[in-house]
Structure formats: C-alpha cells, structure tokens
Design a protein around this ligand. Sequence first.
Ligand code: PEP
Ligand code: MN
Length: 337
Amino acid sequence: MVIVLNPKATSEQINELTQEIEKEGCTACPTYGSFQVILGVVGDTSKLNQDRILIKDYVEKVLKVQEPYKKANRCFHPENSVVPIGQASIGGTKLGIIAGPCSVESEEQIVTIAKQVKAAGASFLRGGAYKPRTSPYSFQGLKEEGLDLLKIARQETGLPIVSELMAINTLDRFVQDVDIIQIGARNMQNFDLLKELGQTNKPILLKRGLSATIEEWLMSAEYIMAEGNENVILCERGIRTFETYTRNTLDLSAILAVKKLSHLPVLVDPSHAAGKWWMVESLSKAAVAVGADGLIIEVHNDPANAKCDGSQSIKPERFEALMQSLGQLARIENRTI
Ligand code: PEP
Ligand code: MN
C-alpha cells in the first residue's frame, strides 16, 4: 500500500500515521520528495482500516499495490489449479467441453441431446432446471423434475451434469444430484449464496457478472474459497457494453488477465456472449486460441422450438463439426480435447 500525503502534512502528523500503521503490525517507510511525502506500507495491509486513513485531512490518497484476493491469487499458488469432477477434471491440458441445451425440456429432449454431444466428444452435459429469466412470464425451468431428467441423461451417457443453482433453499438437492454447480451471471455477487457454496466441496462454475470487473469476479471466487471450497472454475460469458448487435460483448482479454492474476481454470461461454448461433463456432475457436481451459456451449436438437435461448443454440451436427476443428486447434495449442 502506498499513502500519498498532502504537501502540508507536518512531521507530527507523519509520525502519528506511522505509529498507527505500526500498531497493526505493518511497517511504514517515508520517502521525502521536494513537495510531498509518500509512505510505503509493507506487511499484512488487510488489517489496516483504509477509511480511517483516508479520512485524515493530511492524506491525499491511498493506493493498493496488492490484489485483495488471496486464495484465488496466482502469487500464492503459482501452479494452475485442476478441479476434479469425479473421474474427470477441468484445468489440465485437456479442454473441458460442456454442452447441452439452455433448459431441460423433457426426458426425450435431454437424453437425445446428451447422446449426441457425447458422441461428438463433449465431456460434460449442461441443462438448466431453474432458469433466471428476465420476464416472470417466460419459462422458468422444470425445476426438481429437470434435475431428475438430468440424472437420467447422466445415467444413459455417463456424462457428468452441470446445472444452475439460483437459491440457497435448493442447495442440498444440487449437492446431492449435480456434478458441477453453476452460478449464473445474475448471482455472481449473491454473497450469502457464495458463502454457503464455500461450505461444500462441490465444483462450482462461477460465471462472470453482467457488468462485473475482473477484480469483482475474482473476489466472488474468493468468497467461495475463503470458506474452504477451492474447487472453483471461472466462466467468461460476455459483459454488457454499449454494443447491442450482440447479446453481450465477449471479453477475450479477460481470459489472459485471469490466467495472469489467478491459478483458477477459466472457461468461455460463447453462446450467452454472442446471443447468435452463427457466431458460436468462431468465438469458441478464438477462446481456445487465447488459452481458455474449455467451453460451455448451448446445443439444441430443435433450436426453432427451444423453450429458452434457441437463437444462440447450435444444432448437434454443427457441434460435431466444431469439435473436429477444436481438435486440430487444440493440437496447435498443446492441448487435447
Ligand atoms: C445459462 O447458462 O443458461 C445462463 C443463464 O447463463 P448466464 O448466467 O451467463 O446468463
Ligand atoms: Mn441460456
């Protein structure tokens, strides 16, 4: 932490602040410039109350030089994390490919799609049972029945299942039934929910919030990890910008930033980012090219009649073709699929 003092700060005030900092176990080293004094503070600065420092009229500003997240920080964990999911994992050399419909609609629908994406090479099946919809009049998901149908699809294919949890009151059911708990963009900062997830040891797919900065997203991961659950997988799904042509703006540079700042695996969701099925294949390739650890892709066998997000869902045949080209790309990137 660096504290920039007002040019009028007296030596008594500098001493007072230095003592206050040292009382908390940190060390403050002053540097005297021709106009101003700055204090370089080292030690565990999380113990310092920044507001109490800022409120002093002789303090001009306080600059943080260290990220506020610890457990998610690559500085304290230089190796890439690999999150185990039963026999599978996400975060190693093998790309984690999650595919399936936005929502579970019927047994026939989810089982058919599960078989198709498995045949094409997907490693995980997605399917929403509880849907966060903008309109309360839109399809809200099959809820508990949706989870039952996902379990049938898992039994038929062996694919681990990924589904979105929206509220604490269904957490136990998700812990029991689902292999990866997805936290959607709209709940990224539902801190009570994140704390509860931290008390489990389930893999958590944490999507980036609609307008969340990279630091806010990593702080949400920290909420889960601080409670003891380190099985966090991040997911970039596009952020809200001034552009309206696409549903969101896919922030591919966030993948590079997250990889530098954190050891956690990070996936890309090109479907919710673009909102258009015909962009999904190219964005998927771009995501792999920038170093994403995998993808979560919406695949539907009848997109025109899908209950949710049909216009951004690709058909199983296109998914199969995409998997072929991702295989070639993976080789160039020293990864497997
Ligand atoms: C979804 O994956 O179906 C979903 C609702 O995603 P997001 O939370 O990213 O909007
Ligand atoms: Mn969707």
